[in-house]
Design a protein around this ligand. Structure first.
Ligand SMILES: C[S@@+](CC[C@H](N)C(=O)[O-])C[C@H]1O[C@@H](n2cnc3c(N)ncnc32)[C@H](O)[C@@H]1O
Length: 224
């Protein structure tokens, strides 16, 4: 199971359509989504008008896409109010700058425009090496997930209005819904800031509320 499977299952079986993707890169996921309301945000899209046109032929839903080539912070400050004035968000993939406070702002800003039934999917929540789990400026080679794992711990500690868990697949898919948490943590932002990768390794399952992939179907009442 990967993020595309999760998004498509929620769209097809739950009817959640209005879609935002923060961090789109070459549109590998974005262009495949079948929804007439899709919003793409990235400071540097890795595609040109020709690729957009080709993708619209393959998937005509892409004719209606809205593109914002800017940071998510700028998008939320400058454009979001107008973009979501008439349509509430139902699904969002948060996959932009993979750092604790960036991802946290992305989730919090997204929630401001999301209906009660909405779902946020966060990529890269379960890094498997210390090198993959740190700050961008310390990253050298290989996979980089950043410290989005700290955003998960923050939400589970500070947001009693959200249920948050991480599916154990595709680098860790964080799932955020507006529901009473099934379990909570009690860390302060300062404690989370100071956490090390070793602490994550020692208590990964509990800190991330890590779930097997089948739990996704069970939680949302979907067919596998
Ligand atoms: C891992 S890629 C996204 C991959 C894509 N979501 C997918 O599933 O194929 C991360 C993207 O985040 C973008 N990014 C970096 N900083 C950002 C920011 N502040 N706001 C929005 N996007 C950002 C990068 O330009 C990059 O294209």
């Amino acid at each position: 199971m990967n993020r595309l499977d999760v998004i498509q299952a929620l769209m097809r079986q739950k009817g959640l359509k209005n879609y935002l993707e923060i961090g789109v890169e070459n549109g590998h996921i974005f262009f495949r989504i079948k929804s007439s309301f899709k919003v793409a945000v990235d400071p540097k899209f890795i595609f040109d008008a020709g690729r957009r046109f080709g993708k619209a032929i393959l998937n005509p839903y892409n004719l209606n896409n809205q593109y914002f080539e800017k940071t998510s912070d700028d998008f939320f400050t400058q454009d979001a109010q107008q973009v979501f004035a008439e349509k509430k968000l139902q699904l969002a993939l948060v996959d932009g700058m993979h750092e604790y406070h960036f991802a946290l702002r992305d989730v919090e800003n997204t929630l401001n425009y999301m209906g009660d039934d909405g779902v946020i999917i966060m990529h890269d929540c379960n890094p498997q090496t210390v090198g993959a789990a740190g700050h961008f400026e310390d990253w050298e080679v290989g996979e980089w997930n950043g410290d989005v794992w700290k955003t998960i711990i923050h939400l589970r500690s500070q947001r009693p209005d959200l249920n948050v868990f991480v599916l154990d697949c595709d680098q860790g898919l964080g799932i955020v819904t507006r529901k009473k948490p099934e379990s909570a943590l009690a860390f302060t932002p300062a404690q989370i800031e100071a956490m090390t990768y070793d602490e994550l390794v020692k208590d990964r399952k509990k800190l991330l509320n890590l779930k097997p992939t089948d739990y996704f179907y069970e939680y949302f009442g979907l067919r596998a």
